[in-house]
Design a protein around this ligand. Structure first.
Ligand SMILES: NC(=O)c1ccc[n+]([C@@H]2O[C@H](COP(=O)([O-])OP(=O)(O)OC[C@H]3O[C@@H](n4cnc5c(N)ncnc54)[C@H](O)[C@@H]3O)[C@@H](O)[C@H]2O)c1
Ligand SMILES: [Zn+2]
Ligand SMILES: [Zn+2]
Length: 370
């Protein structure tokens, strides 16, 4: 069938919104009509070359929609189901899935290759195969995806907030709750208040943090941060260090979470300086693929027991935590509507990314053309 999608034909190029050809779903795959898709910074790493990508790619890995067709061997979904995608597939059987760490599923190795789990690609244009970002490519009217990426969504959860449950919400919330393991009464610092950082603030608040410090150079982000649970704001690492020292009487933060758009090696030392002895520093943001250099005083690990923890998907298990986060939203414990700053049509996808880079959005989303 024909679909309309935002394709990046090479590094540095903007998205080209054009007609593509979509094959029918094959073994354990489903065809989904996309209702909403979130603009995560990770898709921009492909454009800048910070992350490896197999061009041409269809952008987008946050998405929600309705299943229109199921392929052979689909076990858990049917036509008409509402679904949200986990950007990491979950096979349910590998070492990681079966030991409760679905975010590390071995099928994650296919991300970036564009190859579906059963092999091959389902999307084509201009006589070439297109690799969908994270095997999803949600900047499209329709997608064919692995059932392993689908999580069933209760029908009372609106599509526009649901799409964010596929990356930004669990990654940020889990960075605080699952990986940072924030405890009641602790002091937490979140550096970089985009779609990920805003949810790290919410996670810290929900876990009962006493102080939640939001750090971002953009003043608009400070106002927004307060609505997601920030008790204090700062504009730079230096300012944050002084502020955190002040409010903790020199002890410093129990947990710091780095969620800036592009992580640089030079940020690591000031980042680790924010946490106390025994503190947990959570590295969630993505650095350029070839950035291998970070100068950090190694003594702070052995002598101060500081910990540096990395994370993909905020350490969440998609099949358990996406429904959990939807339930917290339903209970009023998690703000999702407030995350959506601007809605774009697919044709305006490049404007959406310009706005993200200019610091205008907590999250922009693409909604289906009426
Ligand atoms: N680990 C994972 O599983 C995972 C998942 C999704 C996204 N990410 C990564 O998380 C990061 C954040 O993504 P996002 O979509 O929220 O990005 P975003 O662009 O929406 O937000 C980033 C924020 O960082 C701020 N910032 C930039 N430099 C800063 C600095 N020096 N100090 C303080 N703030 C600074 C920006 O002003 C912006 O508000 C990206 O690197 C993204 O690729 C990681
Ligand atoms: Zn993402
Ligand atoms: Zn697995």
């Amino acid at each position: 069938m024909k679909a309309k999608a935002a394709v990046m034909w090479g590094p540095g190029e903007p998205f080209s919104v054009e007609e593509i050809e979509l094959d029918p779903p094959q073994e354990q795959e489903v065809l989904v009509r996309i209702e909403a898709a979130g603009l995560c910074h990770s898709d921009d790493h492909a454009r800048t070359g910070d992350a490896p990508a197999n061009f041409p790619v269809i952008g987008g890995h946050e998405g929600s929609g309705v299943i229109e067709q199921v392929g052979p061997g689909v076990l858990h979904h049917k036509v008409g189901d509402h679904v949200v995608f986990s950007f990491t597939p979950v096979c349910g059987r590998c070492h990681w899935c079966s030991t409760g760490r679905q975010n590390l599923c071995d099928f994650g190795a296919l991300i970036g290759t564009g190859q579906m789990i059963s092999g091959g690609v389902r999307t084509h244009a201009r006589g070439r195969d297109l690799g969908p970002a994270a095997l999803l490519g949600t900047f499209s009217s329709h997608v064919v995806v692995n059932e392993a990426n689908c999580v069933k969504l209760d029908e009372d959860i609106p599509f526009d907030v649901a799409c964010l449950l596929g990356c930004g919400v669990p990654t940020g919330w889990g960075s605080a709750v699952r990986v940072g393991q924030v405890q009641p009464g602790e002091t937490v610092v979140v550096v970089g208040i985009g779609g990920i950082g805003a949810n790290a603030l919410q996670g810290a608040r929900l876990a009962g943090a006493k102080n939640v410090v939001a750090v971002d150079p953009v003043p608009f982000k400070h106002d927004k941060a307060k609505t997601f649970g920030a008790t204090h704001t700062a504009s730079s690492f230096e300012e944050a260090r002084e502020l955190v020292s002040d409010i903790t009487r020199g002890v410093m933060a129990d947990v710091a979470i780095l969620t800036v758009g592009v992580v640089r090696g030079t940020m690591m030392e000031p980042f680790l300086d924010l946490v106390s002895k025994g503190g947990r520093a959570v590295l969630t943001g993505v650095a350029p693929f070839d950035d291998h250099d970070a100068k950090i005083p190694l003594q702070m690990f052995a002598m101060y027991e500081k910990q540096l923890r990395g994370t993909v998907f905020g350490g969440c298990n998609p099949r358990a935590d996406i429904p959990l986060l939807a339930a917290l939203y339903r209970n009023g414990q998690l703000q999702l509507d407030e995350l959506v700053t601007t809605r774009y049509s697919l044709d305006d996808i490049n404007l959406g990314y310009q706005d993200m880079l200019a610091g205008k959005n907590i999250r922009g989303i693409v909604v289906r053309d009426a």
